[in-house]
Ligand binder design. Structure first.
Ligand code: FCB
Length: 446
């Protein structure tokens, strides 16, 4: 069997997020987040699931770090729950909440695992929502102040920072589709949120630079490759609009070039906040790396009556349990696109993985499909490196099964199985496979 080898120092890691794994969201003086409120609102999540217990990581973090050490992971991407640190989002500090992350970082350092911290993975302090949340322009200050406090506390040990996770999802799934917290349905709000997220991101980057800490800072963006359904001009344009609307250009164009992408503006200018142009200089701000999340691709057709003239059509590819198409080539397209258009110093794949129906048989989980999925995507990442992409690491989503937002516990993304009754962790075959990948810094070639 032929292997492909990753460059030396390539960071093979795993990723999680606070509300999805920690449990005890109100412990030790923490304030509620919008996800706490949302999931406690009847009818919002599958089976009325909440993050109240999740993987009980808040208690079991030592055991979970030991598990990562056993797997040999080089880096761990996790997020900080803002309302643990600032229960009201601003003002009063809750040192006990901060202390949890302090201990977690120490535990990781002792295990030789590099922490990658996401500052915002969707659990906004609920009291900030009462003041408009991401729709209030002051959020740029609230976020930068919170981020700055965390830089000061952990910046001696943490060298990689991600400001926001998937700001597109916060804006559109949270404010247009109403499926995520805060559950709004308003397209004007969604674009205003995009704009304020960018302002908050850049302000936090500036705060980081002012601290003069050693380390790197970037942002993580969601992506689905968008291929035109035919070579007709209308389909090609529709795919381009879709790409600029849902993928990295919506955020990287402002950050790297100081403007929103043109195809998108041609259909969405009406929704942009008033006088948004005045903020673009401030938003344009150097970052050290781009984080790319990639799970699936879409085939796009022009459809004049659909929103933004875009319609997704089924191309008959195999899908994961999420109903997402398996399209590994799309990862290559996204990575090479980022490299070509913005040439960032570094790119990390901050999430890639898949949900499948997992069954425990005699204490084992034979998740061959997940292994196949990961192998195919690792091959595409390797191809991108060969073709000049500055890819420096790859984080599998997720270390363990967890609270999959509106889908609750019904979707399992982990390479480690979680028995939610007993909180037992069981290594799936994919975890054993991945441990081997990490050990050899190599994957079987396809
Ligand atoms: C991404 C999220 C992550 C997880 C995966 C499956 O959109 O960033 O929290 O839910 O999808």
């Amino acid at each position: 069997m032929k292997n492909i080898k990753f460059p030396e120092g390539f960071k093979l890691g795993v990723a999680t997020a606070s509300y999805q794994i920690e449990g005890l969201p109100l412990a030790d003086g923490a304030g509620p987040s919008i996800w706490h409120r949302f999931s406690h609102t009847p009818g919002t999540t599958y089976n009325s699931d909440t993050g109240d217990i999740a993987c009980d990581h808040y208690h079991r973090y030592k055991e979970d770090v030991a598990l990562m050490k056993e797997l040999g992971v080089k880096a761990y991407r996790f997020s900080i729950a803002w309302p643990r640190v600032f229960p009201y989002g601003k003002g009063k500090i809750n040192l006990k909440g901060m202390d949890f992350y302090d201990r977690l970082v120490d535990e990781l350092m002792d295990a030789g695992i590099e922490p990658f911290i996401t500052l915002y993975h969707w659990d906004l302090p609920a009291t900030l929502q009462d003041e408009g949340g991401w729709l209030n322009r002051d959020i740029a200050n609230w976020f930068a102040d919170y981020a700055d406090f965390v830089f000061q506390k952990l910046g001696d040990r943490v060298k990689h920072w991600i400001t926001l996770n998937e700001p597109w999802v916060t804006a559109f799934v949270g404010h247009l589709f109403g499926e995520h917290a805060p559950g709004m349905r308003d397209i004007y709000a969604a674009f205003e949120v995009v704009h304020n997220e960018l302002r908050a991101h850049s302000k936090a980057v500036k705060a980081f630079r002012e601290e003069n800490l050693e380390g790197e800072i970037g942002i993580t963006l969601s992506n689905h490759s968008q291929s035109p359904a035919s070579q007709e001009e209308a389909d090609i344009t529709a795919a381009q609009v879709a790409h600029e609307y849902v993928n990295y250009p919506l955020f990287l164009n402002p950050i790297f070039k100081g403007d929103y992408p043109q195809h998108l503006l041609s259909v969405a200018k009406e929704y942009m906040p008033k006088a948004y142009e005045q903020d673009m200089d401030e938003i344009k701000e150097d970052i050290d790396f781009v984080g790319i999340n990639y799970y699936s691709g879409n085939l796009v057709k022009a459809e004049p009556n659909a929103p933004f003239g875009i319609k997704n059509v089924d191309r008959g590819l195999e899908k994961t349990e999420m109903g997402w198409e398996i399209y590994p080539q799309g990862l290559y397209e996204i990575l090479t696109g980022v490299q070509k258009n913005y040439a960032p110093m570094k790119i990390f794949i901050t999430e890639n993985g898949a949900a499948f129906k997992d069954v425990v048989e005699d204490g084992e989980v034979h998740d061959d499909k997940r292994i196949e999925y990961l192998k195919a995507h690792f091959n595409q990442a390797y191809k991108a490196i060969q073709d000049g992409v500055n890819l420096k690491g790859y984080f599998v989503w997720s270390l363990m099964d967890n609270f999959e937002w509106a889908k609750g516990y019904s979707k399992r993304f982990g390479i480690v199985y979680v028995d939610y009754e007993t909180q037992e962790r069981i290594l799936k075959d994919s975890a054993k496979w991945y441990a081997n990948v990490i050990k050899n810094n190599a994957v079987e070639a396809e």
